[in-house]
Design a binder for this molecule. Structure first.
Ligand code: PGA
Length: 252
């Protein structure tokens, strides 16, 4: 089955609105492979302005986070309708920085997933293990538990709309990358788990992205692995030329 190829940019808490607009413009001025779905997740203050800018049909916007309520007294939070009406169609859920600094649990992330799907946003659901877990050899079990505790209550149809990002925490922003073999091992384990949960056909259609120090120099080897369908890119997405090279590094 032909799965979507996705290059997603996570700008995190970087760029002013002006800088974000300039970065987006610079990226759009470069030649980008139209077969790759490009998802730009800027700070939420930038989304509306970016949504008004010219871009290719394969370019989409996403939010980096979302609160699992429709509206109300939740000072500082973003609802799914706010995200949607600002022009984004994707939302990152459960990034390791949210899990770690804001104590977001698997169960809480399931609530976010529910709301995102109810409002037709495509979730990029993140999972990943720390260095201690990787060193202890329990990385696969850890990731499957993260997914299980968040995915258990969802229908096959719902889970078929999710994009997963595997991001080993020890490789995020550290310059250290999982080897293509380490990435493939985990992506295959995730896909096998999904196949048990929703059946092979749906599992084979779910894009699983790799994240953690993806750069132009390592993207094609990692994206070339059978179960790796693209990347969620932090640091290297803040440079238009680097990110364009990553977008263009799918071999097929
Ligand atoms: P990085 O970040 O590419 O800077 O390692 C990836 C991420 O956290 O999504």
């Amino acid at each position: 089955m032909e799965r979507k190829k996705i290059a997603a940019a996570n700008w995190k808490m970087n760029t002013t609105v002006e800088e974000g607009i300039a970065l987006f413009k610079d990226l759009m001025a470069l030649e980008l492979d139209a077969r790759t779905e490009v998802v730009i997740c800027p700070p939420s203050t930038h989304i509306y302005s970016l949504s008004k800018m010219p871009c290719g049909k394969n370019v989409f916007l996403g939010a980096q986070n979302m609160y699992p309520k429709e509206k109300g007294a939740y000072t500082g939070e973003l609802s799914p309708t706010m995200i949607q009406s600002s022009g984004a169609t994707y939302v990152i859920i459960g990034h390791s920085e949210r899990r770690e600094y804001f104590n977001e649990s698997n169960v809480f992330l399931a609530e976010k997933l529910r709301l995102a799907l109810n409002y037709g946003l495509t979730p990029i659901f993140c999972c990943g293990e720390g260095l201690d877990i990787r060193t202890s050899g329990n990385h696969v079990a850890h990731i499957i538990t993260q997914l299980k505790e968040s995915f258990d209550e969802f229908s096959n149809e719902d889970l078929g709309k999710v994009v997963i990002a595997y991001e080993p925490i020890w490789a995020i922003g550290t310059g250290e990358t999982a080897s293509p073999q380490q990435a493939q091992e985990m992506h295959k384990a995730i896909r096998d788990y999904l196949a048990q949960l929703v059946g092979e056909e749906i599992a084979n259609g779910i894009p699983i992205l790799y994240g953690g120090s993806v750069k132009p120099a390592n993207a094609s080897e990692i994206f070339g692995q059978e179960d790796v369908d693209g990347g969620l890119v932090g640091g290297a997405s803040l440079d238009a030329r680097s990110f364009s090279q990553i977008i263009n590094s799918f071999s097929s």
